[in-house]
Design a protein around this ligand. Structure first.
Ligand SMILES: [Ca+2]
Ligand SMILES: [Ca+2]
Length: 175
């Protein structure tokens, strides 16, 4: 007891078991901090990927929204089965597109322009355009042309563990 009073930092004042206990506590605290640090950086990376994916979705949505409602400038609008890239346009060149459904990435007349489908390595984009109609309070897909089209832009990517992630951006446009 007398030795401890010599000074707080005096090693002579600690027994071996006290030192071992202190070392164990230190190791425990450091492990916790390390795990916290790893978790934070994983969360950071996930957030960054989500932000990038969102900007890719917004980028394409803005380009689509700058086009007109339909290939036809007056009704009747294009039949559902014929939505997509039109005869005078090239499926692989978005520069030839003039209406919103030209950007559809599925169906017989789908767009194959890599700018649309693959914005960057590891990210892919898809576009669905449907006619919709308002049923009481919800919009429903319509097989017959209506004055409303719903555009869904999806961006897909894989996280660090190879798990599929995606975000969807949806908007309604009218003639
Ligand atoms: Ca067109
Ligand atoms: Ca079209």
């Amino acid at each position: 007891m007398m030795m401890r009073r010599k000074g707080f930092w005096s090693l002579a004042g600690f027994t071996l078991s006290e030192l071992l206990l202190a070392a164990a506590i230190l190791a425990f605290v450091l492990t916790g901090l390390l795990l916290l640090f790893i978790n934070c950086s994983l969360l950071n990376e996930a957030n960054r990927n989500l932000t990038i994916a969102t900007s890719y979705a917004q980028e394409l949505m803005e380009v689509i929204e700058s086009k007109r409602f339909d290939e036809n400038t007056v009704p009747p609008w294009t039949a559902s089965a014929n939505l997509g890239v039109d005869l005078d346009e090239s499926r692989a060149n978005k520069g030839t597109f003039d209406d919103v459904d030209d950007f559809m990435t599925s169906g017989a007349n789908s767009c194959t322009d890599p700018w649309v489908t693959t914005p960057a390595t590891g990210y892919s984009r898809s576009v669905v355009v449907d006619y919709v109609t308002l049923n009481v309070t919800t919009w429903q897909t319509s097989t017959n042309p209506t004055d409303y089209k719903r555009i869904i832009v999806s961006v897909n990517w894989k996280d660090r563990n190879g798990r599929e992630r995606h975000i969807d951006l949806e908007t309604l446009i009218t003639k």
